[in-house]
Every structure is written in structure tokens, then in C-alpha cells.
Design a protein around this ligand. Structure first.
Ligand code: GTP
Ligand code: MG
Length: 273
């Protein structure tokens, strides 16, 4: 084959991207990356000094993606070191600890710092964000629930994942969605493709309404196992309520689905001690 043609094909297939991790010190940024790249977890806290850099290769559809990961230190002390690494990022992993409300409240100030440092480059249309609600394995100390985190993320057009670097929960799903969105954006000339909500509702909302219509009983409707606890019922309810609330969801059938979910929760809670 003509070597130029071959080169063009190869360069179409391979992509090089830069991603950064942001969030308060000790929320688990380095551990999330380590869990994904090295499939292991280190319980001892080793604060990142300024910045850690690593490269990994991932496959998205028919493309090989070379990912340059800049793992930032969360401590304010390292501001001067990390501030120059914001530029040219296509992806941002925003992390908070579900057991520390201040780490969730700090997400806005991380966005502010990033925008400040990127200056005129800070075009939110050209950056994919994923929010990790981390340390979900520590259920007893959890103070920021899923609906609150999801709403913060999704209302800004960011992905939201519940993760645990300790158990591995949500980690590969999060990175898969993250890299796939970055690839979509690159293939769309560096701009995020129009969100699914341009049709007024998302695929997730539509699928959920269909599932609720076809459910066989109240347990099934809420997506919990028969015999689930009050806490599990309420958690499932809150997730569906955020997704289907008539103020937020205009998908056909959402109002009926929302009412059905409210009724299912009421009838289940009546019978759970
Ligand atoms: P800086 O580098 O200082 O900004 O912190 P970081 O956000 O990189 O935190 P790091 O990944 O070093 O983790 C901080 C501490 O939290 C360590 O002791 C980890 O073992 C622990 N940790 C991280 N993720 C999890 C998790 O999902 N569950 C639990 N239980 N502990 C975690
Ligand atoms: Mg770190």
C-alpha cells in the first residue's frame, strides 16, 4: 500500500489527548487513576506533590487513544505548581469524597480556578467533564447523596459516576464513558456533539419510562429487590424522582411514570418496618 495512504489511515485511527484530575486533597484522585491503570488500591495516603504524570493507551471503537494524564495535587500549597498544567486539556475528572461535604462544595471553586488559569482557552464546549462521587464503599460516613451529586453534575452537562477506588466500583464504567465522549468530541472537530437533550429528553429518561411501564410490581418499578430496606427504597425513589420529575423531564409519559413511582414508594414504605 502507498505509505502516505497508510500513514493517513493510521493517523485517523490514533488520537492523543490530555486529561487532568481536580478536587480537594485526599478525595482519591490518584487512587482512582491507579485503580484504572494498575488495577490496585493503596490504603495509605501518599499526597501528590505538585503533579503526577502518566500515559496510558485505550481503545475506543476503531481508534487507539493515547491518554496523557496529569494528576493534580489538591492541596492549596501546590497551586503554583499545578496552575500551568490546566492548558490544552480535553478532559477533566472532578472528584469529591461523598463523606466530606466540603469536598463537594469545593467543586465550584475548582472550576473557577481552572477557568482562571486557562484564560481565553477555557471553552467549556471543548472539554469533557466527569464527576466522581468517590469513596462510596464507606456507606456509613456518606453525607452527600447520589441525587444531589448527580443533579450538580448533569445540570452542567457533566457525566456523573459513583466510584470507589477501594472496591473498583464504577471506575472502568467512568473511564469508558469519559474516553468515549472525548473521542466523540475530537471526531466532531473538537466541539461536544449536541447533547441528547436537544430532543427534549435523554435516552436514559426514555428507557426508564419504558421500564416503569413494563414493571410487574412496586419493587420492580423502583428497581429494588423484594424485601429491600426503607433506605434502599428511598434511594431508588430519589434517583427516579430526579430523572423523571415533570419540571425536568418532558419525555412523553414522564408524568404518569413519575406518579407511578411516587405511589410505588408510598405503598412499599407502608409495609416496611
Ligand atoms: P492529593 O494528591 O493530596 O490531592 O489527594 P488525592 O485526591 O490524590 O487522594 P489519594 O488518591 O491519595 O487518596 C487519599 C486517601 O483516601 C488514601 O488514604 C486512599 O487510600 C483513600 N481512598 C481513596 N479512594 C478511596 C475509596 O474509594 N475508598 C476508600 N475507602 N478510601 C479511598
Ligand atoms: Mg493525589
Amino acid at each position: 500500500m502507498d505509505t502516505n495512504v497508510q500513514k493517513r489511515r493510521e493517523s485517523k485511527k490514533s488520537l492523543r489527548v490530555k486529561v487532568i484530575s481536580l478536587g480537594n486533597a485526599e478525595v482519591g484522585k490518584s487512587c482512582i487513576i491507579k485503580r484504572y491503570c494498575e488495577k490496585r488500591f493503596v490504603p495509605k495516603y501518599l499526597a501528590t506533590i505538585g503533579i503526577d504524570y502518566g500515559v496510558t493507551k485505550v481503545q475506543v471503537r476503531d481508534r487507539e487513544i493515547k491518554v496523557n494524564i496529569f494528576d493534580m495535587a489538591g492541596h492549596p500549597f501546590f497551586y503554583e505548581v499545578r496552575n500551568e498544567f490546566y492548558k490544552d486539556s480535553q478532559g477533566v475528572i472532578l472528584v469529591y469524597d461523598v463523606g466530606l461535604r466540603e469536598s463537594f462544595d469545593a467543586l465550584d471553586s475548582w472550576l473557577t480556578e481552572m477557568k482562571q488559569e486557562m484564560g481565553s482557552q477555557a471553552n467549556m464546549e471543548s472539554i469533557i467533564f466527569v464527576v466522581c462521587a468517590n469513596k462510596v464503599d464507606l456507606t456509613k460516613r456518606r453525607v452527600v447523596d447520589e441525587s444531589e451529586g448527580r443533579l450538580w453534575a448533569e445540570s452542567r452537562g457533566f457525566h456523573y459516576f459513583e466510584t470507589s477506588a477501594q472496591s473498583g466500583e464504577g471506575i472502568s464504567e467512568m473511564f469508558q464513558a469519559f474516553f468515549s465522549s472525548i473521542t466523540d468530541m475530537c471526531e466532531n472537530g473538537g466541539k461536544k456533539p449536541p447533547p441528547e437533550v436537544s430532543i427534549g429528553f435523554t435516552k436514559e429518561q426514555a428507557d426508564t419510562i419504558r421500564r416503569i411501564r413494563n414493571s410487574k410490581d412496586s419493587w420492580d418499578m423502583l428497581g429494588v429487590k423484594p424485601g429491600a430496606t426503607r433506605e434502599e427504597v428511598n434511594k431508588a425513589y430519589r434517583k427516579l424522582a430526579v430523572l423523571l420529575h415533570p419540571d425536568k423531564c418532558v419525555a412523553p409519559g414522564s408524568e404518569d411514570a413519575f406518579k407511578a413511582v411516587v405511589n410505588a414508594r408510598t405503598s412499599l414504605l407502608k409495609n416496611i418496618k
